[in-house]
Write a protein that binds this ligand. Structure first.
Ligand code: FMN
Length: 142
């Protein structure tokens, strides 16, 4: 399975989460490439069976949560041509529905979004591992 993980990160949490997700999937046998949203390899994207997109949760902490990098993601990624995607956000206190909103944005770009995850910035390792388990479970059940 070829996987591209791409992320938009302001202070590094989502970047670390993306690398942890990539590492977990590679450990499970996937071929994984990881790119900042500023530097996506479109050849790798075209070849990928699965594209995982991560960003940070923006908002007013207890309401108005949204995927912080959505504009950049929509601007930098091409149409996703029925690609399978997963979305995740890193967050500090309460991600609200930011991850679901990111999934909807990816679907509006043409993907089939198969799942979303939230990764707390103080629990990057554990939450990234849980997200990897969800991604793998989705494929095991397909
Ligand atoms: C302007 C701004 C708004 C934020 N709003 C929320 C929020 O509503 N809920 C939340 O849980 N975290 C919120 N955060 C925290 C970030 O989502 C969190 O620190 C995230 O891990 C940052 O990711 P990054 O290091 O990849 O930029 C906000 C951060 C910023 C800068």
């Amino acid at each position: 399975m070829h996987v591209v993980v791409t992320y938009e990160s302001k202070t590094g949490n989502t970047e670390k989460a993306a690398h942890l997700v990539a590492k977990g999937l590679a450990k499970a046998g996937a071929t994984v490439s990881t790119f900042s949203i500023n530097n996506v390899d479109y050849g790798a994207l075209a070849k990928a069976d699965v594209v995982i997109v991560g960003t940070w949760c923006g908002g007013l902490f207890f309401f108005g949560q949204h995927p912080g990098g959505a504009g950049k993601i929509a601007g930098e990624l091409p149409d996703l041509w029925d690609k399978a995607t997963f979305a995740f956000v890193s967050y500090a206190h309460n991600p609200g529905k930011a991850a679901d909103k990111l999934g909807e944005i990816l679907e509006a770009m043409g993907s089939v979004n198969l799942g979303v995850g939230t990764i707390h910035r103080d629990k990057l390792k554990d939450d990234a591992a849980a997200f990897v388990d969800d991604v793998l479970a989705e494929f095991a059940s397909a």
